[in-house]
Design a protein around this ligand. Structure first.
Ligand SMILES: C[S@@+](CC[C@H](N)C(=O)[O-])C[C@H]1O[C@@H](n2cnc3c(N)ncnc32)[C@H](O)[C@@H]1O
Length: 238
C-alpha cells in the first residue's frame, strides 16, 4: 500500500514532519537518555529489537549507546508505510552516523508476521523497544514478542500515556496478567519492564487478544474525540 501524503494540520503530522526533516527520533531527550542508560546497564549482549522505527532516529541513538566492539545484534521491524521513501530515509539516517547495512537487520514487515518468523526461528532477545502502532489490539499483539525475551531482559514501550490509551491499557492489562514482569523505569512516556522469571504460560493469550478487541472501538472513538478537541485548542492558541 502506498503511504498517504502528509498533511501538516495536526500535532501528530507536525511532529512527524519534524522527525523526517531533522532525522531525529520521535522521543524526547529525556526518553533517549533513559534508553541509553538502560542499554548500557546490565551487560545484555543478546539480540536487540525495535518494533516501529520511523525515520530511524531512536534506532541511531540506541546503536550509538555501544561501541563497534560491544554492540549486540540489532533488528528493526517496520512495515515502512509511515511516509514516502521511509526505508531510504532510515538508511540515509544510519549512513549519517557511519553505520553500514550490516549494523542493523531491517525487516520490512508487519510486527505480527515478523513475530511468527522470529518465533519459528527460535530467536531470543535481551531488549525490545515497542513503538509501532499505538492501537490497543496492535500493542497487545506486539507484547507477544515478550515470549522471546530472555529472563533478565527488558521491554520498553513508548507513548505509555493518557494521550495513547491503547498503549496504556494494553500495558496495564499485560502487567496485571504477568507477575513476572516489573516496571523498572519511566521517563516521559517511555516505560521499561523487566522480565524477572520464565513465564508459566503464554504472556498474551487468546483471552487477552479478545480483551483488546473489545476495547478497540471505544478507544478509537475516545481518541478521535480528544484529538479533535486538542486540534481546536491548538488552532485557538496560534
Ligand atoms: C511512532 S513511529 C516510530 C518512531 C521511532 N521509534 C522513533 O522513536 O523515532 C511508528 C512506526 O511504526 C511503524 N508501524 C506501525 N504499525 C506497524 C506494524 N503493525 N508493524 C510494523 N511496523 C509498524 C510505522 O511504519 C512507523 O514507522
Amino acid at each position: 500500500m502506498r503511504p498517504r501524503p502528509i498533511q501538516a494540520n495536526t500535532v501528530k503530522a507536525k511532529k512527524l514532519i519534524r522527525c523526517i526533516t531533522s532525522l531525529e527520533g520521535e522521543m524526547t531527550s529525556e526518553e533517549h537518555r533513559l534508553l541509553v542508560d538502560l542499554l548500557q546497564s546490565g551487560k545484555r549482549r543478546g539480540m536487540h529489537l525495535e518494533i516501529g522505527t520511523g525515520a530511524g532516529g531512536t534506532l541511531c541513538v540506541m546503536l550509538n549507546a555501544f561501541t563497534c566492539e560491544n554492540r549486540p545484534r540489532f533488528v528493526a521491524v517496520d512495515k515502512m508505510g509511515y511516509f514516502p521513501n521511509q526505508l531510504e530515509i532510515v538508511k540515509k539516517n544510519l549512513a549519517r552516523y557511519g553505520f553500514d547495512e550490516k549494523t542493523v537487520e531491517i525487516r520490512v514487515a508487519k510486527s505480527d508476521a515478523a513475530f511468527i518468523h522470529a518465533e519459528a526461528a527460535n530467536e531470543r532477545y535481551d531488549f525490545i523497544l515497542i513503538d509501532g502502532s499505538h492501537k490497543v489490539r496492535a500493542v497487545m499483539g506486539d507484547l507477544r514478542w515478550s515470549r522471546l525475551v530472555n529472563v533478565g531482559g527488558l521491554i520498553c514501550l513508548h507513548d505509555y500515556s493518557h494521550r495513547f490509551l491503547g498503549v496504556q491499557m494494553a500495558v496495564n492489562h499485560f502487567l496485571r496478567r504477568n507477575q513476572n514482569y516489573q516496571r523498572v523505569a519511566r521517563a516521559g512516556s517511555l516505560i521499561a519492564l523487566h522480565k524477572t522469571a520464565l513465564a508459566t504460560r503464554r504472556e498474551v493469550t487468546r483471552s487477552d487478544e479478545f480483551y483488546a478487541s473489545i476495547l478497540h472501538l471505544p478507544l478509537k472513538l475516545i481518541t478521535k474525540w480528544s484529538r479533535k478537541k486538542e486540534q481546536k485548542w491548538h488552532s485557538f492558541c496560534q
